[in-house]
Design a protein around this ligand. Structure first.
Ligand code: DI6
Ligand code: FE
Length: 401
């Protein structure tokens, strides 16, 4: 049997099964962008490879998947960070025209080219740490045209930089300046979601359900519209208070409920029953100096899959490092090494509805790989501010970057 590329002398984190699914002396083969063989050394002798690559004992994981980001935006809020260090509150900053609204203004004013130019370094930083798939949300345009612009820029950056981009429509992120929440949500449901779906601009719809954003009743309305137009649903839930948003989202078969620091037992049970993935965002927890921990042990006990992501956004998590997010997942949330790595691979794929295509080294999956100069998988989680990526492979192609 023929294949395009065969890697030998590699140590594989397959992410098959419960833990990391390690194969110490492994081989992996790809053909036409898909994995066609994964096994122990010597198990691929029947394969005739056009190209054979000696991995020199390096560790290979699935390409990292950042399943929750807002990385396409314009403007800079470092000034707000400085103000907050001086003791100015988030509410005062918002009243003075800062906060989400300042990013909305900057994003509306930017042309698509300017928006891409400002967002490109963030995607480049993620790519440099082995990211092969990233979810990118809209939510800083808050008009149909500006949301569309964000989603189109997300797509084009992905193509340009050989990163698979999964776009999510987050029109229900904030009430646009000068509008009323309910009449805006009516527009999101009646006009924006149908158009975004018809134009194929997003795979899922997300809502920021919180006392400072949209109510559970409004989230329900958005989910009904999303489902009617064949889009998957996700939710920003229980970040600051328990609105029972995760439970609501689970009743719509949500792919994920994200943040969930204030999630209760009923929410956990609903997520477990619906197969909804928990996306933990330690960067936002850290940056906002939150003190309420997500109920990690209860989620584990209930069998809810745990994903981890950067939440890259200018207000609460200016983070573009999945490796640092893994370290924070371990130090702040007490996740194990295997949970941190699964959180950026197998379980992140679940949170995006792509578990059948990415997130594991398994026959039939896309050949998206991260190749690491490390002694053991724990090095990915343990070190701080160090990047041991050797190279990236996307759909079987070695990354030119
Ligand atoms: N959760 C948050 O904390 C923010 N958005 C969200 O969905 C804040 C985003 C920002 O301040 O720009
Ligand atoms: Fe977010």
């Amino acid at each position: 049997m023929h294949c395009d590329t065969l890697w030998f002398n590699v140590r594989l984190m397959t992410l098959q099964g419960e833990a990391l699914g390690v194969i110490e002396d492994g081989v992996l083969a790809a053909d036409q962008g898909r994995i066609v063989h994964v096994g122990q050394a010597g198990s691929a002798d029947h394969l005739r490879a056009a190209q054979r690559i000696d991995g020199q004992g390096r560790w290979v994981s699935p390409g990292l998947i950042d399943c929750h980001t807002h990385l396409v935006y314009a403007g800079n809020r470092a000034n707000e960070f400085e103000q907050r260090l001086q003791g100015v509150s988030y509410a005062e900053i918002a009243r003075a025209g800062g906060g989400i609204v300042s990013t909305v203004h900057a994003t509306r004013q930017a042309t698509a080219e300017q928006l891409a130019a400002q967002s490109r370094p963030r995607l480049r930083a993620m790519r440099a740490e082995g990211v092969t798939t990233v979810e990118i949300k809209s939510g800083y345009g808050l008009t149909l045209d500006d949301e569309r612009k964000q989603l189109q820029v997300a797509r084009s950056l992905g193509r340009e930089m050989a990163v698979n981009v999964v776009p999510t429509f987050l029109g229900a992120h904030a009430v646009p300046p000068g509008r009323q929440a309910q009449e805006y949500i009516d527009e999101v449901c009646a006009r924006m979601i149908p158009t975004i779906a018809a134009e194929g601009l997003a795979e899922a719809v997300d809502v920021f359900c919180e006392n400072i954003a949209f109510s559970p009743a409004q989230a329900r309305q958005v989910f009904e519209a999303a489902c009617a137009h064949g889009l998957a649903v996700k939710i920003h839930a229980e970040q600051l208070s328990n609105q029972r948003g995760a439970e609501l989202a689970a009743s719509f078969g949500a792919l994920s409920a994200d943040h969930i620091e204030h999630l209760d037992a009923a929410g956990i049970a609903a997520m477990a029953a619906a197969g909804t993935t928990a996306v933990l965002l330690p960067g936002a927890f850290y940056f906002t100096r939150d003190t309420t921990l997500p109920p990690v042990q209860a989620l584990r006990t209930a069998g809810v899959p745990l994903a981890l992501a950067t939440d890259c956004n200018p207000g609460t998590s200016p983070l573009t490092s999945p490796l640092l997010a893994m370290n924070m997942g371990a130090t702040l949330f007490r996740l194990t090494v295997a949970e941190c790595i699964a959180g950026f691979t197998r379980n992140a794929a679940r949170a995006l509805g792509r578990a059948d295509r990415i997130g594991q080294l398994a026959v039939g999956m896309d050949c998206d790989l991260a190749i690491w100069d490390i002694d053991a998988p724990a090095d990915l989680v343990y070190r701080i501010g160090f990047n041991p990526l050797h190279s990236r492979v996307v759909r079987g192609q070695l990354d030119p970057a």
